[in-house]
Design a binder for this molecule. Structure first.
Ligand code: FAD
Length: 417
């Protein structure tokens, strides 16, 4: 079979993969589209797994991105419950673990990421849980019964969202974070402090700046042993200590992997017929001087899926969408646009009880972050994103003034890169 007949193949039927499959059709591609995923489900959304899937009264169902009807209507072949194990770059085929080989003209790797495991004595206990997929969420939800004593390891987004959900389910919750504060470098300290305060008020105990040495068992109790000697007795442990990009296929195929599958601005790997998108992909961002990023964010996965589809069809544009991320914890939303850690100066604006920080680098807006009720935060973060995309250099005094509409600060003329 010639590569012309082979069609478009996408490995990984998650956010980026499903979006790419649809986008190929939306951009007019009429050949074969095949979406290969190792999970047995139709493609589904992951963000609800730590939120509504935990807190809903009714047993949750997966929030499907594509259903059978749309797959059929768009002639997308979905091979589920099957793992791709290798790529033959010369023969242009993908090997599956059911002995099938799928030919491709262009191949998209959209394999996402997997939870990083904790590596201390006792961490192999069946009471140490991780969250990445719908099955994990169901198992976790079943454990989080009222009165359960839960220790969450890791004060990042996933750990904190689970902590908020577990409190809502009537559990008692301790979060242990090794770093001096929650949420790491990507979130400014001021915003992290507001989030920490909301958790404390909701009844979550936060322990920061202490590592773990072991997990022990005493009868039916689990004990998380901290480096300072404290022993946290609990019924269940959830670890949210980051994710590792799924790059196995790319590595076996000899593609460059550097904290993700390395791609160029068009999301193409070292091999012109293989692309990557979503959580597994490391890409240069033109708005941030080509800084290489790997984002674990829902909208990035969608946008890159869409962009990769266009690149598969021959478009030559650089992917330049401003990073955007949200996290819902308790009744608050935290939103970040751009890259706050690029900034050298910060300016704060009061959104009526919700703080919003603008991060400037040599006068140019490079990031914005805010926490508060969604109605107060979403619109201004969206406008900040537009300012960042346009490489705006807004006056810090005007940025800080809540009576000045952010829209009025948008440059009317293109700003030089
Ligand atoms: C619990 C949770 C909550 C989240 N909440 C938020 C949020 O509030 N806000 C936000 O912005 N982002 C959030 N995210 C992040 C967002 O969901 C991810 O960034 C997004 O799902 C990434 O999409 P992806 O397609 O790259 O990877 P995924 O959606 O993970 O899809 C990858 C798929 O590839 C499959 N796969 C891997 N290897 C193979 C192989 N060799 N063969 C076949 N299939 C394979 C995997 O099984 C998986 O189904 C959350 C993530 C999680 C896990």
């Amino acid at each position: 079979m010639s590569t012309q007949d082979a069609g478009m193949v996408i490995v990984g039927a998650g956010e980026a993969g499903a979006r790419a499959a649809m986008a190929l059709r939306e951009h007019g591609y009429t050949g074969t589209v095949t979406l290969i995923g190792e999970e047995r489900h139709l493609p589904y959304e992951r963000p609800p797994l730590s939120k509504a899937a935990m807190t809903s009264v009714a047993e949750p169902t997966a929030a499907f991105i594509l259903d059978e009807e749309r797959l059929t209507a768009n002639r997308i072949g979905h091979i589920s419950g099957v793992r791709a194990t290798s790529i033959d770059r010369i023969g242009h085929t993908v090997q599956l673990d059911n002995d099938r080989r799928v030919p491709y003209a262009k191949l998209l790797i959209a394999t996402g990421a997997r939870p990083r495991k904790i590596a201390i004595p006792g961490a192999g206990s069946e009471n140490v849980l991780y969250l990445r997929n719908f099955s994990d969420a169901l198992a976790m939800r079943a454990r989080l019964q009222p009165g359960i004593r839960l220790v969450v390891i890791g004060g990042g987004f996933i750990g904190l969202e689970i902590a908020a959900s577990a409190i809502a389910r009537g559990c008692s919750v301790i979060v242990v974070e090794m770093a001096p504060r929650i949420l790491g470098r990507a979130v400014p300290a001021e915003i992290a402090a507001v989030v920490a305060d909301h958790h404390a008020r909701a009844g979550v105990t936060l322990i920061v700046g202490v590592g773990l040495t072991a997990i022990e068992r005493d009868g039916t109790d689990e004990i998380v042993v901290l480096a300072d000697g404290r022993r946290l007795v609990c019924d269940a442990i959830i670890a949210g200590v980051g994710a590792i990009p799924e790059c196995g296929l790319a590595e076996i195929a000899g593609l460059t992997v550097e904290n993700g599958v390395r791609v160029n601005a068009q999301l193409v790997t070292d091999d012109p017929d293989i692309l990557a998108a979503g959580d597994c992909c490391s890409f240069p961002h033109p708005i941030f001087d080509g800084r290489r990023l790997r984002l674990e964010a829902w909208r990035n996965a969608q946008d890159q899926g869409n962009h990769a589809a266009r690149s598969m069809l021959g478009a030559m544009e650089a992917y330049d969408r401003v990073p955007w991320f949200w996290s819902d914890q308790h009744d608050q939303t935290l939103q970040i646009a751009g890259l706050p850690d690029e900034g050298d100066t910060a300016v704060v604006r009061d959104l009526g009880g919700a703080p919003m920080y603008f991060h400037l680098k040599a006068g140019r807006l490079v990031g914005a972050s805010a926490v508060g009720p969604i109605g107060k935060v979403a619109r201004d973060i969206r406008l900040a994103e537009m300012l960042i995309q346009k490489r705006a250099r807004p006056d810090p005094v005007l940025l800080a003034d809540p009576t000045v509409k952010l829209k009025s600060l948008l440059p009317t003329e293109p700003v030089a890169a």
